[in-house]
Design a protein around this ligand. Structure first.
Ligand code: NDP
Length: 273
């Protein structure tokens, strides 16, 4: 029988996950069915139950259901516990298992695909929503010299920084609390670019030759990336590599085979400028 997987979100029609996972399955020689399911906003838990009862073996979860997926999981990875949200569920055993591969996807894209070591850098993380939560622990694990989190609602950034633990070089606050100095890695984990907006960030925050990473993808050169480019960042990148890398981690967790990612990233990349 064909194994069934899906991505659930709302809206979901623009999701690239079906295309990515079907290609991974072809490469692995696996016979799977992968669909996109748009759940009613109050119907995620019911949709998961129905999918599981019909033999569904795994799910990718996207906005706005990552927190609900966290709550319905019966066992979660340590990084998912720290993130407080999950983006992948495994349904093929007696329990619903959950993990969050967003952080590992970002780290792999920066370190492996872009060849940029994160250890020993100063990192500025913009945003304190679901995605930023998923990035915290994986970034801290790379041992940056400092991680500063800035958010429109400063309290959320402060609360997120606290999750890293007191002894870690992590602080959070508003954009006016970023302070002086430059950052080799500036990550935009806000959703501002989706509405064509720019977080109130000083051009002087970008280190010459550093990386500006936009989590959103498929939008071309966003206001954030345009600012970074004019400020002298060495690489401006969008989140398509992270998307493909987190998908590969999910596929490996479900199927025991980690597909290649380079060709898929190339296929999905839209030139930024
Ligand atoms: P959330 O809704 O959970 O969080 C949104 C964040 O953006 C909050 O910190 C919010 O601040 C901030 N924000 C929203 N609008 C503005 C604005 N105009 N100016 C400044 N800050 C703003 O979203 P997610 O964390 O789930 O997603 C964030 C982005 O990351 C999205 O673009 C999403 O597509 C992308 N993403 C990409 C992935 C990939 O694989 N490449 C994976 C996951 C997400 P406040 O707290 O004050 O409301």
């Amino acid at each position: 029988m064909t194994d069934r997987y899906a991505v659930m979100g709302n809206p979901i029609r623009h999701s690239m996950s079906p295309e990515i996972h079907r290609a991974f399955a072809r490469e692995a020689g696996d016979d799977i069915e992968y669909t996109a399911i748009e759940c009613p906003r109050d119907g995620f838990t019911d949709a998961v139950r129905t999918f599981r009862e019909a033999g569904g073996r795994g799910l990718n979860v996207t906005a706005p259901f990552k927190l609900e997926a966290f709550r319905l999981a019966e066992r979660r990875s340590e990084r998912a516990e720290i993130a407080g949200s999950v983006n992948t569920l495994r349904l093929d055993g007696p329990m619903v298992l959950a993990d969050n591969f967003d952080g590992v996807g970002l780290i792999r894209d920066i370190q492996v695909n872009l060849g940029y070591p994160i250890g020993g850098t100063r990192i500025l993380l913009l945003g304190a929503g679901g995605a930023a939560h998923g990035l915290l622990q994986p970034l801290v694990d790379q041992r940056p010299t400092e991680l500063v989190i800035a958010n429109r609602s400063p309290e959320r950034a402060r609360d997120l920084a606290k999750l890293a633990g007191r002894e870690k070089p992590v602080r959070g606050g508003g954009y006016d609390e970023i302070g002086d100095g430059t950052f080799e890695l500036v990550i935009n984990a806000t959703s501002a670019s989706m509405e064509g907006a720019l977080p109130p960030l000083a051009a002087t925050s970008f280190a010459n030759g550093g990386i500006a990473y936009e989590l959103a993808y498929g939008l071309g050169e966003t206001p954030f990336l345009a600012l970074a480019r004019s400020a002298g960042a060495g690489r401006i990148v969008d989140g398509v590599g992270m998307l493909v890398e987190q998908a590969a981690e999910a596929f490996a967790w479900w199927r025991g085979y980690r597909p290649g990612t380079r060709a898929m990233i190339q296929t999905l990349t839209i030139p930024l400028v």
